[in-house]
Ligand binder design. Sequence first.
Ligand code: GAP
Length: 461
Amino acid sequence: MKKEKNDLMEKIVSLAKRRGFVYLSSEIYGGFASIYDYGPYGVELANNIKDFWWKEMVQLREDIVGLDSAIFMNPRIWEASGHVAGFSDPLTECKNCHARFRMDHLLEEIKVQADEKMTEDEINKIFKENIEKIACPSCGKKDFAEGRKFNLLVKSNLGNITDNPSENPAYLRGETCQGIYVNFKNVLDSVRVKIPFGIAQIGKAFRNEITARQFIFRTREFEQMEMQYFLDPEDEMKEYEKLKKARWDYYLKLGLNEKNLKWHKHEKLVFYAKAAYDIEYRFPFGFGELEGVHARGDYDLSQHAKFSGKDLSYTEPKTGKKFIPHIIESSVGVGRTVLAVLTEAYMEEKIDGGERVVMKFPKNLAPIKIAVFPLLRNKPELVKYAQEIFNDLKEDFMCEFDDNGNIGKRYRRQDEIGTPYCVTVDFDTLEEDTATIRDRDTMEQKRIKITDLKRFFVNNL
Ligand code: GAP
């Protein structure tokens, strides 16, 4: 039975907490708005997603190399990029309780069309037209201030002896790709790459998002997986179409169902962009942006050349043709991918005598690959044998040993964390050196020789 959509988000949030995937940050202190921590299974899932992305983006591509640039950068970078002047959201404040909201989100509540892709002036105009209809989600009063722009860059006082982050602030990066742009020349000069080539990186980014919304979909601290591809201007649109196709295929390979994915075309482009599409996923609350695939022209390198005074042009070795490379980018959040993978995996199934919740993760993404159980915990010979199997398998696979509760409860727990296989050591194991393997999806069990166990998992995981 497929999940029912209406309360799916609540179920996912509850399972994520109950089963150690995602916790509210600083929970014992009442939390910290829009920040989340990944628990023991969440960090495994996120790492598996990052490994998968890195393999597809770097390991399997001869034209893309990796990078890990620092979170802190010279503040001039954020002036060059346009973030200091223009990286803002449309903010309004309730005059009664002083709670702050994004105007486009308040408009959504009264079903007035305003999405993230509209300009702030457009949103402000629609907001003014509807201001009398909009009630504050915190106190219920209909008394909002006029909108204003709110800059999303997070400031720090790093290296600043005044303690005041507003004076000469060092910013926590608002996106990881600026670290890629400013290392373009370093990579070109130190690694054997020729245009077209890409630089990929995974790392934290920080944004002062106005309101906490939708669990890990929108957070103030998050991780991005970004790839910036540097090319000859003449090849930009041809390569852009190739990148769009590669990114769509990536999500199918990741295990997302094609019917839950769609393209969103940006109708209004920023002045320098050549094209902009997002890949959207059908989250429990509806379609939302998962990844941006954008053709950015020469804006990024031109700006950094202007602000740094350094020549960031490229000369074609064979023809001598000189140009500022154009850039196409792929940019996706780890947290949003985790939420998409959790949504896709969540299943409720009727089984003999009840119902089970099972996370049907693709095997490569499952946090734990194999759980090993002794049938009974008070039989030392079973426990010892199971422990030996566990110790052997954990060398090659992420495994878990469990001798708590009865076997049925152990299966249910492993189903809820999406473990593809459970191995049970019983009395026949002691007699014939065999164990049962239980398949998460079919729940079928079969006996297998202990000596064949590892080969089975090598072939099936
Ligand atoms: N370099 C381009 C860039 O950063 P973006 O559309 O602002 O573009 C790219 O962000 C991706 O990063 C988004 O598609 C989303 O997956 C993720 N992302 C952005 N803001 C986020 C937030 N506040 N919380 C979680 N993920 C976020």
